[in-house]
Every structure is written in structure tokens, then in C-alpha cells.
Design a protein around this ligand. Structure first.
Ligand code: C2E
Ligand code: MG
Ligand code: MG
Length: 279
């Protein structure tokens, strides 16, 4: 019935066992997520970010859920439910701690001590009144260089409470933390706001990168984003770079930082560290 109503009413939808399964999964998901937190079933994967010389400059930390029965679950399948249920708060806190612990561990090694770690922050997490103090106390606890921590925000976060957003960002920026605007180009950034936000970086969404070699529109959009970033004095990184051709087009338009399968997939820490020798 709900599916029929959602499709605009006065229509038929037939019961499908897959639907029932989806509903049941949604219910168990919440319980399982709580258990995942208690039993530490989450893991951070790391994906390299490189400059135009293909040198590793940092990583993005991407959460994975290793479910005891279902195996590896993508964040696309559980982050939305974590957000709805508020579980994103303890999960987000765990991600921040794990990322900062990694920055600390990398201090010991010549090869890794310069790497920045980008962490995705959900809107709900960012809006918590104690977000600034939480982040600062994690940094203090692990005694890390705050300039190595990069927080990725999405454009949807800029839609409301822009003054609060700016002041939260400024507060964290003062302690050295930098910000990247994730999935850039897919949301509704107002140029007015963009100018006022204390951002370090724009991250071009992978949907524009995907067809850059074949699609003139996408190429134009990317060229515009890069030019705009430069004018606003922002660094720009492209995500989802899979081919040399894509990287060449990005480079010829002035984008010198990349993340994507061409340089490395997200992988567990042991596998990631093993690739560093080869980069
Ligand atoms: P995102 O932050 O935009 O991350 C980029 C996504 O693109 C990642 O998906 C990554 O695996 C994928 N990707 C990277 N390079 C390529 C490529 O060359 N080709 C293609 N096709 N894909 C590529 P992933 O890891 O499944 O994460 C999905 C989304 O889940 C992330 O999008 C982010 O929004 C969210 N997410 C991940 N970890 C966290 C987290 O710790 N906290 C929160 N709040 N959200 C997270
Ligand atoms: Mg991201
Ligand atoms: Mg993205």
C-alpha cells in the first residue's frame, strides 16, 4: 500500500517477497548496528589521495561494516539508517577516534608522517552542540598534529543554519583542522556562502569525472569548478578517477589532486601500508 501511495496513489503495487525482506532487514539493521558498535565490527578502509606526480599526500578514511553473517556491508547501506536512528553519533565518534589513532601511529614512520587523513562527517554529527569540543578533545587525547586531520562535509549541510556552520568551522579551523567540501557540484552551494566558508578544498564529485572523456557537458562543468576553486583560492581534488585519460583531462584543466581506483581502492590498513612502497 505504501509503495502504491508513494508512486502517486490510484495505482497498483503487487506484494513482492523482496519487499518484505527489505522491511525486515531495516528492522534488524538497527539492532545489528547497536551490536556492531559494542562488538567493534566497524573497520576503517583507507584510499590514497595523490598529487600530479602520483605521490601519496593523504588518505580518505571510509567506514566498512564487517557483519558476522552478511560479511562486508557498504556505508551506502547503513549510514542512512544510522543517521535516522541517531546511531551516526557514536559511529561518527568512533571513526574520528580511529582516524586520529592512525595519524598518531603514522607519526613514527618517515613514509607516512606527512599523510593527511580525511574523515566524512555527517550533518547530524556536525550539528551537535558539542561537536567542536569532541573533535578537539580527541585531537588532544591522541596528541596529533591537527593540520593532518581533514573533515569532509557535504553541500546539504550548507542549506540551513549557515551562520552556525561558519562559526563551527572557524572554531575548528583555528586549531588547524582543514575542511573539504565533498561531492561538490551535486548539491546547491550558493556562491555567496562558498566565499564565506573557511574551506581548504573542493572535492569534485565522481559523477562528473566518470564521463569526462566522452561528455562535453561534464568537461565544461569540471572546467568551471576548477576555475572557480582557483578564483576562491581553494585547493581542488577530483574523486572517482579511474583512467589515465580522466587524470590527463583534469590535469590539463588545472586540477592536480586525485583520488580513485587508478591510484588505489579503499583497503584495510595493512594492505594500504603495503602499497606505499610501490607508489
Ligand atoms: P564519499 O565520501 O564521496 O566517498 C567516495 C566513495 O567513492 C567511496 O565509496 C569510495 O569507495 C568510492 N570510490 C573511490 N574511488 C572510486 C573510483 O575510482 N570509482 C568509483 N566508482 N568509486 C570510487 P564508499 O567507501 O562506499 O563510501 C560511500 C559513502 O559513504 C561516502 O561517499 C560517504 O558519503 C559515506 N561514508 C563513508 N564512510 C563514512 C563515515 O565514516 N562517516 C560518514 N558519515 N559517512 C561515510
Ligand atoms: Mg568523502
Ligand atoms: Mg564524495
Amino acid at each position: 500500500m505504501y509503495q502504491a501511495k508513494k508512486a502517486g496513489r490510484s495505482t497498483l503495487r503487487f506484494f513482492d517477497p523482496a519487499m518484505q525482506e527489505a522491511i525486515q532487514w531495516r528492522v534488524t539493521l538497527e539492532n545489528d548496528l547497536r551490536q556492531a558498535l559494542e562488538q567493534q565490527q566497524f573497520k576503517l578502509y583507507y584510499q590514497v589521495q595523490v598529487d600530479f606526480l602520483h605521490h601519496a599526500i593523504g588518505v580518505e578514511a571510509l567506514i566498512r561494516w564487517i557483519h558476522p553473517e552478511r560479511g562486508l556491508i557498504s556505508p551506502f547501506d547503513f549510514i542512512p539508517v544510522a543517521e535516522e536512528t541517531g546511531l551516526i553519533l557514536p559511529i561518527g565518534q568512533w571513526v574520528l577516534e580511529a582516524a586520529c589513532a592512525q595519524i598518531k601511529a603514522w607519526e613514527q614512520n618517515e613514509q607516512t608522517r606527512h599523510l593527511t587523513v580525511s574523515v566524512n562527517v555527517s550533518a547530524k554529527q556536525f550539528r551537535q552542540p558539542d561537536f567542536v569540543s569532541t573533535v578537539k578533545s580527541i585531537i588532544a587525547f591522541y596528541a596529533i598534529d591537527p593540520t593532518l586531520l581533514k573533515l569532509e562535509l557535504t553541500e546539504s549541510l550548507l542549506l540551513d543554519n549557515i551562520e552556525d556552520t561558519i562559526s563551527t568551522m572557524n572554531n575548528l579551523k583555528e586549531s588547524g583542522i582543514v575542511f573539504s567540501l565533498d561531492d561538490f557540484g551535486t548539491g546547491y552551494s550558493s556562491l555567496q556562502y562558498l566565499k564565506r566558508l573557511p574551506l581548504y578544498q573542493l572535492k569534485i564529485d565522481q559523477s562528473f569525472v566518470r564521463d569526462i572523456a566522452a561528455d562535453n557537458n561534464d568537461q565544461m562543468i569540471i572546467r568551471t569548478i576548477i576555475a572557480m576553486a582557483h578564483m576562491l583560492d581553494l585547493n581542488v581534488i577530483a574523486e572517482g578517477v579511474e583512467t589515465m585519460e580522466q587524470q590527463q583531462i583534469l590535469l590539463s584543466n588545472g586540477c592536480t589532486h586525485y583520488q580513485g581506483y587508478l591510484f588505489g581502492k579503499p583497503m584495510p590498513i595493512e594492505a594500504f601500508e603495503a602499497t606505499l612502497d610501490r607508489l
